[in-house]
Structures are given as C-alpha cells and as structure tokens.
Design a protein around this ligand. Sequence first.
Ligand SMILES: C[S@@+](CC[C@H](N)C(=O)[O-])C[C@H]1O[C@@H](n2cnc3c(N)ncnc32)[C@H](O)[C@@H]1O
Length: 218
Amino acid sequence: MPKDWYEWHDLYNTEPKLQQRLEIVREYIAYSLNASPDGAIRIVSVCAGDGRDLLGTLQNHPRAKDVSARLVEINSNLVERGRATIESLGLAKQIEFINGDATLATNYVGAVPADIAIACGVLGHVAEKIELNRLINNLSFLSKKGAFFIWTRGHSDSISYSDNVRKILSASGFEEVNFKLTATGNMAVGIHRYLGENLPQPKEQQLFVFSGIPSKAR
Ligand SMILES: C[S@@+](CC[C@H](N)C(=O)[O-])C[C@H]1O[C@@H](n2cnc3c(N)ncnc32)[C@H](O)[C@@H]1O
C-alpha cells in the first residue's frame, strides 16, 4: 500500500491498469494538440502528480513549442520531479509547476481559460455526486469555449462509475470526443469538448474538494 502520493506513483512501474491509462491519456493529449488551431495552446493540469502524462506527450510532439502550461500539485516531491523533467526537456520557459492546492481557483489565475484541461486520477477522489457536479460545473472557469477536457475514472465492484461522469458532462455543456476503457477493463479515460462559454470569474473559490487517500486510490 503506498503511504503517500509520491509512493503511489511507483505503481506506474507495475500496474497494467495505470500503464494503460497513461497510454490513453497521452493519446488524447496528442489528439488535442493536433486538433488545436495554429498558435498558442494553453493547458492546465489539475492534481498533476509528476506531470508524466503531459510531459511525456510533449517530449516528442511537434506542437510542444506552442504550449504554455500550468500544472498544479500539492506534493512537493512530485513537483520537484516534474520540474526536473521540464528542465530536461528544455520547456522551463513554457511550463510552470505550481506546488499548491489544485482545488483553489486562485492557483489558475493567469493560466486560464485553457485550450486543454486535464484531470486524471481526480474524479474518483471527489466525494459523491454533488462534489463531482461541483467540479464539472467549475470547469467553465478553467476552459475556453471549445476546450478539450481529458479525464479518468476507475471502476470497482463491477460499478461503472464513468457512466455518471459522462452523464454529468453531457448535462453540463460537454460533448464526448472519445471514450475508452483500459484493456484491464476497470479504468475509463474520456475526452470531451466544452461547448459552453468561459466564465472569466470562478463561481466559487473552492472548485472542488479532493478527499482521496493514496492507499485507496482508484
Ligand atoms: C491519483 S494521483 C494522480 C496524479 C496524476 N494526475 C496522474 O494521473 O498520474 C492524485 C494526485 O492528486 C494530488 N493532490 C491531492 N490533493 C491535492 C490538492 N488539494 N491539490 C493539488 N494536488 C492534490 C496528489 O498529491 C496526487 O499526486
């Protein structure tokens, strides 16, 4: 059992579910970059971990030079590792890794509205439907009209938790672009497009509450 979120990231070395999830997330990030019009592409990543999904994609993507991104993560060791990767890729002028609370609107000021918003390993850690609704509603602050939203949601005990995510997204002005389950069958990865208007000011400062713990990560 991982004791913290830094240790949780070691599971990427051994767990097919996480490895397959990462592969699909990177595929969707690359798709969003390819589909973005010429010019600057703004990206935000919520609870970014060490940023391996975005940074691993930018490593050899032709649109990397157009990207400016802000990754928000609370674990300082993960931020340190992410920053080292950014340095090694020569992307330090374009990508900032904030060591802070991703649930607070203030940590996105200056980086939004984004063309691509990423929330991977997050939706399973907001308590119940009301909090999920709140997070998805607040995406209108993070996202431009037409922005891509890339997300993941684990399944467990034969419950297809992603059904609810898709339902709420669809009721909140998002159109599904693609959806896949990992080959392991218990992890969903989706990419949606936000069709609504951007909200220049957040409806509330607290965008959502993250209540997950690493030993029970889904
Ligand atoms: C399941 S991991 C997912 C990490 C990464 N997005 C990925 O998919 O590899 C959840 C992450 O959320 C981070 N986290 C938890 N609460 C947070 C908060 N309030 N603000 C920012 N990050 C937070 C944890 O430290 C952890 O890295």
